[in-house]
Design a protein around this ligand. Sequence first.
Ligand code: NDP
Length: 341
Amino acid sequence: NKQVVLRDYVTGFPNESDLVITPTTVNLKVPAGSSTVLVKNLYLSCDPYMRNRMRKPNSWSSATAQSFIPGKAISGFGVSKVIDSGNSDYREGDLLWGAVGWEEYSVITPIPNLHFKIHHTDVPLSYYTGVLGMPGMTAYAGFYEVCSPKKGETVFVSAASGAVGQLVGQFAKMMGCYVVGSAGSKEKVDLLKNKFGFDDAFNYKEENNLIAALKRCLPEGIDIYFENVGGKMLDAVIVNMKPHGRIAACGMISQYNLENQEGVYNLSLITYKRIRIEGFTVFDYFEKYPEFLEFVVPYIREGKLAYVEDVAEGLESAPAALVGLFHGKNVGKQLVAVSRD
Ligand code: NDP
């Protein structure tokens, strides 16, 4: 049972060498009387929040994002198949997604709203790491619940080609909004415009004035900003927000590897413009997961929602795949295919 083990707590940007592939043994039977479930991990999801779990525990560590333990396998979201079960809700052969170890086999104790049985298997199973899993739920709750969107409004999404961003953009188009995205390469900008249907997009790495880039794409201003990156982009967005605009603070990946976070200088405009900034975490919304599936599965079946994945093959590729998120190496949702059956 190979595992991905954290060598030590990380400061600054994580390196591939911070994660070590380590062999261990596993019992392929659940012990008699145990209510645990033994699963084979098929796909693992690479998510930016995992960076926060690589740091030494601090007062910010929460139950859902506890620091990983050096010398032990890290964990995250994955799609898995039940091999053996002492739990009456799961039978051998069942598929599920939820919290598992980064390893070939995991022993789990299923927890409601952290493990979900997979019922729709006519869609790609790997989608349960993305559009049908945690990032999909994040885009759904963040856009529909936090942004209070209305038809005709202008929406700006950063890290727009990623796991969450590509969905937010498409949800906003479905609602009849004018949608602009930013991303870090020409390839990603092309995807935004030609695959996900954004009205406009720009490569933020090639703009020397982000305030001007936003003004060029959204001359009348921004009603809704779906915030994935923070830092300089947030500062430039505030200047371009319309009065009564809303900012859904989903994440700020540009800050995750900094020991001292960057300053945001235009905050005083929030008062004059009556802007609402609201942070949220998907973990507060998982009770809406069945409602979300009912909404999103038909769009996938009918080919009305595009979803781009970046699949790294084999557990050995997991360290590079996870670390690559912080350099923008992923094109679309980054995941690791550990096994396909
Ligand atoms: P992505 O698939 O978008 O991957 C991360 C992307 O972030 C990279 O590809 C890169 O894209 C961009 N990025 C990396 N470093 C920087 C930087 N320094 N400045 C600007 N952009 C950078 O990830 P997700 O869609 O999974 O996550 C997007 C955001 O949503 C993250 O902030 C994450 O923490 C947050 N999140 C929050 C949740 C919640 O519950 N609140 C749940 C899930 C995600 P590019 O090439 O375009 O720069």
